[in-house]
Design a protein around this ligand. Structure first.
Ligand SMILES: Cc1cc2nc3c(=O)[nH]c(=O)nc-3n(C[C@H](O)[C@H](O)[C@H](O)COP(=O)(O)OP(=O)(O)OC[C@H]3O[C@@H](n4cnc5c(N)ncnc54)[C@H](O)[C@@H]3O)c2cc1C
Length: 419
């Protein structure tokens, strides 16, 4: 059985950045496994610009951003396999993958980095009454058909969910000559970044129906109409139904980290993020298995994925070089009032470098509030925020000197008025 120091599963932006970081930290016996026929992951179908403002101080398209990392990887001569699907991860870090050239192969790793990204919630995940005709598909699938395969999936389109992929597809379909009749969002605020609402909807006069949903799908073999209704307290308001004649309904109703493999390896997932519970080194509960990127928690910006994956790559190189301080003193991160989740979910104080970067999302839209960080009940830090929304990931930096070895660190949203 072939042995590697580190095997990275998934060659998207997370896998690429983590692999390069490992190499730059002296780890050479590495294998990157990707199931697609090229490296780059979801970036390859994102032909709009807006990637890399932080990492490269430039506005790149998704494929351009990916290319920079793929070129580096090729220059370094790191081993990678394409069109190879990892089917099993064992807790003892044996990995099984399959491809058409080698068949089923088992390899042994000292450490594994999970970078499998996420998948889209589909129509099976929501129960809209009516038939299931052709013409109902996820926004990401439509994006792949259009941007990679060159097929326009429809001419009259309605979009359910105002997540970033849906917003970007509203503009993309319009530019390709389709008519986008509207975007319905069940919540009273959008699930996408503000800049995408302006650049993808407002600039093209595409209406955004907040507190609305698709209440019925009509069509036999192909989609003919959708009925859109107002929603109050997650219930349809009778008498508010509007009919839209469309041939395509795109669903942009959320992304879910792809963790089937992780769960089967005994990795414990966070109920909120649906990704593994990790510590400050991005290590899961299974010794030597680490996770970063969208498989850990859904990111809105690729730059954050890259930065996180570099930190993860560095941690794994410390693990391999046995520079890893094991510690049983665990501080638990607890998301309180208004905060949906925090990553990492636990930390080992002794293992921290000078600072700790925490990432979180809030549960709903907030204006003029503070993020209050407490250690065992006493305030450590407050960050004033004019505006926060679930679509935008928040970062909180804590310095080691601020973090006595507390047992519990809580983060909550507090209105300015209360202080
Ligand atoms: C539509 C869309 C628009 C976006 N727009 C922007 C933007 O404008 N600006 C910005 O900064 N960010 C944007 N993002 C966010 C950013 O691009 C992503 O968060 C980031 O690229 C995710 O990287 P990842 O490596 O974690 O996941 P992915 O890119 O999804 O990579 C995961 C890889 O793992 C592989 N894989 C999965 N399972 C297996 C397996 N079992 N075996 C082998 N390989 C496997 C997959 O094939 C895939 O290549 C956008 C994202 C989307 C989806």
């Amino acid at each position: 059985m072939k042995e590697y120091d580190v095997v990275i599963i998934g060659g998207g932006s997370a896998g690429l950045a983590a692999t390069i970081e490992l190499y730059n930290n002296g780890i050479r016996n590495i294998l990157l496994i990707e199931r697609d026929y090229e490296l780059g992951g979801i970036l390859l179908q994102c032909i709009h610009n807006g990637f890399g403002l932080k990492v490269f101080k430039e506005e790149l398209t998704g494929p351009e951003y990916a290319e920079r990392f793929v070129e580096q990887l090729l220059e370094l001569g790191v081993e990678f396999k394409l069109e190879s699907v990892v089917t099993t991860i064992h807790p003892d870090k044996r990995i099984e993958y399959i491809n058409t050239k080698e068949g089923i192969v088992t390899i042994q790793a000292k450490a594994i980095i999970l970078t499998m990204g996420c998948y889209e919630r589909n129509s099976g995940a929501i129960s809209i009454p009516g038939n299931r005709p052709s013409g109902v598909l996820t926004a990401g699938t439509a994006q792949k058909y259009l941007n990679i395969d060159g097929y326009l999936v429809g001419k009259k389109v309605f979009i359910l969910g105002s997540g970033d992929i849906g917003l970007i597809m509203a503009r993309r379909m319009t530019l390709e000559g389709a008519e986008v009749l509207g975007v319905a969002e069940i919540l009273p605020y959008s699930g996408g970044l503000k800049r995408n609402i302006v650049q993808c909807l407002d600039d093209y006069n595409i209406p955004l129906y907040l507190s609305h949903t698709v209440s019925e799908i009509i069509g036999d073999k192909s989609l003919e109409k959708v009925i859109v209704s107002e929603v109050k307290d997650f219930k349809i308001v009778p008498g508010t139904e509007r009919e839209f004649e469309v041939d395509t309904l795109l669903l942009s109703i959320g992304l879910i980290p792809e963790n089937d493999l992780s769960e089967r390896a005994g990795i414990i997932l966070d109920n909120k993020t649906r990704g593994p519970i990790v510590d400050e080194n991005y290590q899961t509960n299974v010794d030597g298995i680490f996770a970063c990127g969208n498989v850990l928690h859904v990111h809105d910006l690729v730059d954050f994925v890259t930065e996180e994956s570099r930190r993860c790559g560095k941690s794994v190189s410390n693990y391999i070089n046995t520079n890893f301080i094991e510690s049983n003193e665990v501080t638990i991160m607890k998301a309180c009032n208004g905060v949906s989740y925090i990553v990492p979910q636990k930390i080992h104080y002794e293992n921290l470098n000078d600072k700790l970067e925490l990432f979180l999302r809030v549960k709903s839209e907030f204006k003029d509030v503070e993020l209050v960080v407490k250690g065992d009940g006493e305030i450590i830090k407050t960050n004033k925020k004019r505006h926060m929304a679930p679509a935008e990931m928040e970062k909180v930096i804590l310095y080691k000197k601020e973090l006595l070895p507390y047992k519990e660190i809580t983060i909550e949203v507090v209105s300015w008025a209360k202080n």
